[in-house]
Design a protein around this ligand. Structure first.
Ligand code: ATP
Ligand code: MG
Length: 553
């Protein structure tokens, strides 16, 4: 029985974790902007543990306890009803104690768990930002900060331990009162001859036997409370639904041509509910735990740090333009003008707040999501490199389609993509070639190598629409030109959108969109814009200046 339950609880834990992970994968980017990585990790480790402990030992001991308690009681009743009732004299206190204490247990455990999540989020951020921390010599500061958080965690756990530690003695007390009464009343009965000495001894043994389940009940309640807290935390995330989903009745589109049209599109970054409602506080937490009647707002509890700064503010205003399939479009504008935001809308990483976006005349919201995303290769501004081999990084996301190829065909494909992105010559120098493992986030690659790897990953997919967001910023202009012309040769009817801070990158585009503060100020070709767009002229002059500077150096 014990084995079985433990086994089952492990299996439930396994599938709960798997479900949770796949649920996370389905959530919108907005969720990950509003919840820190570390605190999500805490859910999948610490909280899942608590749930498993509830399911395994918790449930098992609960049944054990109840069974022993009831069966012992039944035997006691058959010996002497009156004495049994006396033995139970303190038991009515039980629900009172349990309900009061378990409410406190619930609160303190919740706070401790939330603090744990906060702590692991901080740890994760410190590790991810280690270079920044070091270059600003903030190590000591970080250590001190962490020590503080760690201390708070210990304190919160001590609060928890204190509540837990009251449980056992109280349970023992209830059992003890029972024993005492039985000794008194039973003793009298023996003297009066109503009870044999043998029965009295037997009874005393039983009274001890029911004390133990009472004590273990305290422990079980503890596990149940913890499991409940953690399950609720998990359920909060499970209840979140991505806003961007496969349409209910998708248009029957298998292949995309590549016309893109924006009509009066405006956009505000969504503020998706964060599962965290916790702000690592000081002593306030304790006061709040006691005074739960006050609402979160009144007690001055702030919402968690919002990681997306612009949520709630409109960042794109009334955007309209048309891109014909097979053409090249450049987008320029000052930093923060909304260029990345705009292209995020094309593969539906976010949905437009107003207006409509169509591809080949079909509204994106009616387009099968998989077809749409599979047809678009998007090299994001900060290309993410996985800690796998270069080969795997280039193949990423296409394993299914590339599966049918022979090893040789596959290699050729990978190499030709790397040649187009001019990464091949770099890889050849690596001792392990394409099997070189790049570190977490690709730290063993240079900035330009990372960018070219991301481009190779994008073009191996043979997309219909290619979006390059500032993908050449760490690549020199010569190589950039070569890559662009090779991409053109590779697929002649590919729709390309290029965001760049360098005019040279986009000046040959069929259409150039100039953005400023979330609006399109001008569109046209390089020549047209030089004449009519003040912002374009400014960007162009700045580029010329920096070119001259470089030449002089
Ligand atoms: N995930 C986000 N959540 C909330 N606001 C955001 C988010 N990303 C960007 N913003 C805001 O939207 C505005 C436009 O940002 P965007 O990244 O589109 O600019 P950009 O033109 O790509 O700038 P850059 O040239 O520096 O890459 C900025 O004000 C920014 O603060
Ligand atoms: Mg950007």
């Amino acid at each position: 029985m014990r084995r079985l339950l433990i086994g089952v609880s492990r299996r439930i834990e396994y599938s709960l974790r798997a479900d949770f992970f796949s649920h996370l994968q389905g959530l919108d980017p907005a969720f990950f902007e509003n919840n820190r990585t570390g605190s999500i990790m805490a859910l999948i480790s610490n909280d899942l543990d608590a749930v498993r402990n509830f399911l395994g030992p918790g449930i098992m001991n609960f049944f054990n306890t109840v069974f022993v308690f009831i069966s012992t009681l039944a035997v006691m009743f058959t010996i002497n009803v009156k004495l049994t009732l006396f033995a139970l004299i303190a038991v009515p206190l039980l629900p009172l104690i349990v309900s009061r204490l378990s409410a406190r247990l619930y609160k303190t455990f919740k706070i401790s768990q939330e603090h744990y999540a906060f702590m692991s989020a901080r740890t994760q951020e410190s590790i991810a930002g280690i270079k920044v921390i070091k270059s600003f010599t903030q190590e000591a500061n970080e250590v001190e900060n962490f020590a503080d958080i760690n201390r708070q965690y210990i304190r919160k756990n001590m609060d928890l331990a204190r509540v837990r530690s009251i449980f056992w003695p109280l349970m023992i007390l209830i059992g003890g009162i029972g024993s005492l009464v039985v000794f008194l009343v039973g003793g009298m009965q023996v003297i009066n001859g109503q009870l044999t000495l043998g029965q009295f001894v037997q009874f005393s043994a039983y009274i001890l036997a029911i004390t133990w389940p009472l004590i273990s009940l305290g422990w079980v309640i503890n596990l149940i409370q913890r499991g409940e807290v953690s399950m609720l935390r998990l359920n909060k995330v499970f209840a979140m639904r991505p806003d961007i989903r496969q349409p209910d009745k998708p248009a029957g589109i298998k292949k995309i041509r590549g016309d893109i049209s924006f009509k009066n599109v405006s956009f505000t970054y969504p503020k998706q509910d964060s599962y965290e409602t916790y702000i690592a506080g000081s002593s306030k937490d304790k006061a709040e735990a006691k005074n739960s009647k006050r609402t979160a707002k009144n007690s001055g509890r702030k919402p968690p740090e919002n990681l997306g700064t612009g949520a709630g503010v409109e960042v794109l205003h009334n955007i309209s333009f048309d891109i014909a399939a097979g053409t090249r479009t450049g987008i320029v504008g000052f930093t923060g003008s909304g260029k990345s935001t705009l292209v995020n809308l094309i593969p539906r990483l976010y949905d437009a707040s107003n207006g409509s976006i169509t591809v080949d005349g079909t509204d994106l919201r009616r387009m099968p999501l998989k077809t749409l995303r599979a047809s678009i290769a998007y090299v994001t501004q900060d290309a993410f490199i996985f800690s796998k081999t270069i080969r795997e990084n280039i193949m990423f996301g296409k394993e299914e389609e590339l599966y049918s190829l022979t090893r040789e065909e596959l290699d050729n494909k990978i190499i030709s993509a790397s040649k187009i992105s001019h990464l091949h010559e770099d890889i050849e120098i690596f001792p392990e070639g394409y099997n070189t493992i790049v570190g977490e986030r690709g730290i063993t690659l240079s900035g330009g190598q990372k960018q070219r790897l991301a481009i190779a990953r994008a073009i191996i997919t043979e997309p219909r629409i290619l979006i390059l967001d500032d993908s050449f910023s760490s690549v020199d202009t010569n190589t950039e030109e070569l890559i662009l012309s090779d991409i053109k040769k590779m697929t002649k009817d590919l729709t390309v959108i290029i965001i760049s801070h360098r005019i040279s990158t986009i000046k040959d585009s069929d259409l150039i969109i100039v953005m400023d503060e979330g609006s399109i100020t001008d569109t046209g070709t390089h020549r047209e814009l030089l004449k009519k767009s003040a912002i374009y002229q400014k960007l162009y002059k700045r580029q010329q200046l920096s070119d001259e500077l470089h030449e002089e150096l």
